[in-house]
Design a protein around this ligand. Structure first.
Ligand SMILES: C/C=C/C(=O)SCCNC(=O)CCNC(=O)[C@H](O)C(C)(C)COP(=O)(O)OP(=O)(O)OC[C@H]1O[C@@H](n2cnc3c(N)ncnc32)[C@H](O)[C@@H]1OP(=O)(O)O
Ligand SMILES: NC(=O)C1=CN([C@@H]2O[C@H](COP(=O)(O)OP(=O)(O)OC[C@H]3O[C@@H](n4cnc5c(N)ncnc54)[C@H](OP(=O)(O)O)[C@@H]3O)[C@@H](O)[C@H]2O)C=CC1
Length: 445
């Protein structure tokens, strides 16, 4: 591992030098263990503690297959899917690995009693498998998390529709919260030159998801002038949705839960911000019943902020808690686009407001390679910026996941893997200087 790191840091090692590096037999990765899937049985979701279930283990290096690449991971980030994995909700991810293991001789590698997790990385290609021509050892890359087999016709218009579509590091093994990761080569994209390893690793999953959900024609297809209600606007997904709305000539209406988060949204350039905590919305009277008067109070507040207009698009992910309100406040003919259900997946809403006002609900999930590429290109061009707030070591990943689970974080939380310190890996200092304030907007808040 030492020689790998030295080659990366030397900056003048050639592709041949990287190809000649001896690979270690094992590496350190953040795991959950199959024999611990019941460890939180009987506890409330909130009480399940990722610090207890996430381990840092030495695991054997997987065999490299056709179309694949082994990548030295300099940095990764914590996504909420790793929180789900760590609390074994809504399902243990070992079921996904078992199912993947049944696909072929090669995929059987993934079905192990441990799961190396993580769905983001920035690093350097170490080896490529047979059939990989577009990438070479030594390439500095980020990886998106769409893993597809593409053997069926179903995925050939939009790879997210492939029946064997999986999220790498969640529904596959050998993820990015590790010193080395195994990816398919069609997950690779160029690392933005003006960013450090940890900054480059931060946007990937959420940026691509927000791009498809909000901008792509596969999602809401946002246009100039749209009013976009963004839940959790300073969180992982929301901090990119807010930037896409602003960069695309739309008006974000940002919902957050504290004055500090409201301030971050304003710093991104948003003017319409709602502090849901300060304004005390209670969309649910009790476990079973919602309060439509609260939906209306929320809608009135939105109208105050927009000069009387309703929202064209709701960027949804909290789920059960907010979905009724989201459907209610959407404009006639507008779109509710959802990619998650953090607060509960059995949603309830008043369908009269949907059909009578010709609204649409769209389901969206991650992004295809093209969408992830477009989203990464916007980062590389300095049009969208990472929203990294805090960086942890691999050893501290449990704490990092705990922070995200308890909503104690801002924007994105980074994790250093092989990178010995923050700030390394910047290749274009001139471009970085132009965007430094925006890159650091979320730091140390
Ligand atoms: C990028 C980051 C993303 C995120 O962070 S997303 C948030 C985290 N992710 C999650 O929380 C999602 C976790 N996943 C799940 O909860 C589950 O993954 C699903 C609920 C999505 C699916 O559950 P399952 O049990 O895998 O699927 P089934 O379709 O309910 O059951 C499979 C069996 O049911 C059969 N089946 C499917 N559709 C039908 C149908 N329409 N009529 C009859 N049978 C059906 C199948 O064939 C199969 O059968 P057979 O078990 O024999 O193989
Ligand atoms: N399908 C897909 O492809 C993807 C799905 N996801 C899923 O989306 C969800 C959010 O992910 P991410 O943005 O990274 O997570 P974060 O925790 O970083 O951000 C979510 C934000 O949502 C807000 N929020 C949380 N709970 C509620 C609630 N009950 N009511 C209103 N607002 C709430 C919080 O902001 P505040 O407190 O300031 O209001 C929080 O900061 C997760 O469930 C994740 O698994 C994520 C990425 C991809």
């Amino acid at each position: 591992m030492k020689e790998i790191l030295e080659a990366i840091q030397s900056q003048d090692a050639t592709s041949q030098d990287f190809a000649a590096l001896k690979l270690p037999e094992s590496y350190r990765g953040v795991t959950v263990h199959k024999d611990e899937t019941e460890m939180f049985a009987g506890l409330q979701t909130r009480e399940k503690d990722p610090r207890e279930s996430l381990h840092l283990d030495d695991v054997p290096l997987p065999e490299l297959g056709p179309g694949e690449a082994l990548v030295a991971v300099m940095a990764s980030s914590v996504n909420y899917n790793s929180v789900w994995t760590s609390i074994f909700e809504p399902l243990s991810t070992f079921g996904f690995l078992e199912r993947y293991g049944r696909v072929s001789e090669l995929t059987r590698r993934h079905d192990l009693p441990y799961h190396v997790i993580g769905s983001d990385l920035a690093g350097v290609v170490l080896r490529t498998g047979p059939g990989v021509n577009a990438w070479n050892p030594g390439d500095e890359v980020v990886a998106h998390c769409l893993s597809v087999e593409l053997e069926s016709s179903d995925g050939h218009n939009d790879t997210m529709l492939d029946p064997e579509q999986r999220i790498w590091g969640f529904e596959t093994n050998f993820g990015g919260l590790a010193e080395i990761a195994l990816v398919k080569s069609n997950q690779l994209m160029p690392k933005p030159d003006h960013l450090s390893w940890e900054e480059a690793a931060a946007p990937g999953l959420v940026n691509s998801t927000a791009y498809r959900q909000l901008v792509s024609r596969n999602g809401a297809g946002m246009k100039q002038g749209d009013n976009v209600l963004i839940w959790g606007a300073s969180g992982g997904l929301g901090s990119y949705a807010t930037q896409f709305a602003l960069a695309g000539g739309a008006t974000p209406i940002c919902v957050v839960s504290s004055p500090e988060k409201a301030e971050i949204c304003r710093r991104m350039g948003a003017e319409a911000v709602i502090d849901r905590n300060a304004e005390g919305y209670r969309f649910w009277k009790d476990e079973q019943n919602q309060d439509p008067r609260e939906w209306k109070r929320f809608g009135k507040r939105i109208r105050e902020l927009t000069g009387g207009e309703d929202v064209d698009i709701v960027f949804e992910h909290p789920g059960r808690e907010t979905f009724g309100a989201s459907v209610y406040v959407t404009r006639k003919g507008g779109t509710i686009v959802t990619c998650a259900s953090t607060s509960g997946y059995n949603h309830e809403y008043d369908n009269r407001y949907l059909w009578m006002s010709l609204k649409r609900i769209i389901g969206s999930h991650f992004a295809n390679y093209r969408e992830a590429w477009e989203a990464n290109r916007l980062i590389a061009k300095g049009k969208i910026h990472p929203t990294l707030s805090k960086v942890y070591s691999l050893e501290e990943t449990g704490q990092a996941a705990y922070d995200v689970h308890r909503n104690l974080h801002q924007g994105k939380v980074g994790v250093l893997a092989l990178a010995p310190e923050e700030g390394l890996g910047v290749r274009d200092h001139e471009m970085r200087a132009q965007h430094l304030d925006a890159i650091n907007r979320f730091r140390n808040i």
